[in-house]
Structures are given as C-alpha cells and as structure tokens.
Design a protein. Sequence first.
Length: 117
Amino acid sequence: MIAEPIRMQNNGERNGENGNRGTSVITRTKPKTKKPNLYRVLLLNDDYTPMDFVIHILERFFQKDLEGATRIMLHVHNHGVGECGIYTYEVAETKVSQVMDFARQHQHPLQCVMEKK
Ligand code: TYC
C-alpha cells in the first residue's frame, strides 16, 4: 500500500472559545483508482474429455473463435494446463462454475480452476 498525498482542510474552529479542537476534514487530492485483483482461469488436461468438447467450452464461455479455441485446447493437451482468460474475482468464479457444471452434466472429468495473478 502506497500513501497518497492528502490535504488538511480546516474549518476555522481548530481552537474554539472553549479550547476544544474543531473537526478537521482530510481530503484526497488524487482520485482513487484502485486496480482490481485479477485471476487467471485455467483448464487442466485429462485423458478422457473429447477435444471437441473443450473447444466448445472455450467458444461458449470464453468468447473464443474456432481458431483461438483450438489453439488453447491443443496447448492444454500438450502442456497440461492453459489459460482461458483473465478476469476479476467474481467473473472468474462464475466462469469456473459454468465450466465445471457443464462438464459434469456431460459426464466429462474436465477440470477448470482459477489462480490469482
Ligand atoms: N487430452 C484430451 C484428449 O486427448 C483433450 C483435452 C484437452 C482434455 C484439454 C482436457 O483441458 C483439456 N481427448
């Protein structure tokens, strides 16, 4: 965490007649633009899930065209794991659930996981 410059905005009652300190307001001078944590969604290889089914998953849930989906599927097939996309936490979580539910419905052992970038 990096401290950002702040400005003290005093309301003129810093030392009131009764000696109490008045309320001071601190104002952020720089707009706060926090970057969200990002997560990779990964597919894992297995020996049973059909290649065409994995391609369909990549088209349906990760908006890949046939060429991109085929490239990712073959990367997973050849290397054991591959990246389908990078998303914020809730979107990544939803993608993983959608893939796992769809694979289970079709009785394929395909595994999909997320990892923090
Ligand atoms: N290895 C599978 C096969 O030969 C294909 C496959 C690719 C499976 C990617 C899972 O995430 C995967 N049918």
